[in-house]
Design a binder for this molecule. Structure first.
Ligand code: ADP
Length: 248
């Protein structure tokens, strides 16, 4: 993990947090939460003090993907990572207007006593609207990771995400091209085609692109409440997460 700006000017409980990393996508179901959770635990395995904030109040995934015993809205420590999710309070997912969601996220994020952290990974709600803008303005983000799938169609959405962060002066340090391929007998198959990744690198000159395979281990680990990087830290997918961790 790189060194960077100190936590100057951060509100409330975020005072002791050095780097806040957004994990964002423009569509649902592309693997944003899977990436956020595995990135957080990878950074912890690299020796950093890490928190994860599930800002996806419309579809909180953290309560499924990790399974701490306490579900109060104070950070719960799970395998060395401090975690907060709206879903831990037993609320399920939110049915409310955007302005209320923005207020709720802001409150949850800034009143949580995160303590001293090197990284706080924020699992952003999908999209580039009001809620995302409020989140960006609430905390000084150090960097953003954008998650997408390989279809050329996805490019338009990714471009939107990159432009949103650029406008707010948040550097996009990496694109995750998730569900890129699967391998059978050493041959790579690409059921969703390809092209989005290359096009992003060409047009925006982003420093890193990480391609993750369709890996049944990722989804079964997520379903069982323990991230893949914790279950099997040496498998090829976990090694790619280690590269992503080094890039942020
Ligand atoms: P999002 O946060 O973008 O809505 P999720 O991270 O919740 O997406 O992922 C959606 C589903 O796809 C989950 O069941 C997850 O386990 C699965 N999944 C995500 N990435 C992969 C992958 N590379 N290989 C296999 N399954 C994956």
């Amino acid at each position: 993990p790189g060194q960077g700006a100190e936590a100057a000017g951060k509100p409330g409980g975020l005072r002791g947090v050095r780097h806040i990393i957004a994990v964002s996508s423009c569509k649902g179901g592309v693997g944003k939460s899977t990436t956020a959770v595995n990135l957080a635990f990878t950074l912890a395995q690299m020796g950093a003090r890490v928190g994860i904030f599930d800002a996806d109040v419309y579809g909180p995934s953290l309560p499924t993907m990790i399974s701490p015993e306490s579900r109060a809205i104070t950070p719960v420590d799970f395998e060395g990572v401090k975690a907060v999710s709206f879903g831990f309070a037993g609320q399920g997912s939110a049915i409310m207007r955007g302005a209320m969601v923005s207020g709720l996220i802001q409150q949850l994020l800034t009143t949580t006593e995160w303590g001293d952290l090197d990284y706080l990974v924020i699992d952003f709600p999908p999209g580039t609207g009001d809620i995302q803008l409020t989140l960006c303005q609430t905390c000084a983000l150090s960097a953003a990771v954008i998650v997408t799938t390989p279809q050329r169609l996805a490019f338009i959405d990714v471009a939107k995400g990159i432009r949103m962060f650029a406008r707010l002066a948040v550097p996009c340090v990496a694109v995750v091209e998730n569900m890129s391929y699967f391998e059978v007998d050493g041959v790579r198959h690409r059921p969703f085609g390809q092209g989005a990744g290359e096009k992003i690198v060409e047009e925006f000159g982003l420093p890193h692109i990480f391609r993750f395979p369709i890996d049944p281990g990722l989804s079964s680990a997520g379903d069982e409440g323990l991230p893949l990087v914790v279950v099997d830290p040496t498998c090829p997918t976990s090694q790619t997460y280690a590269e992503l961790g080094a890039a942020v």
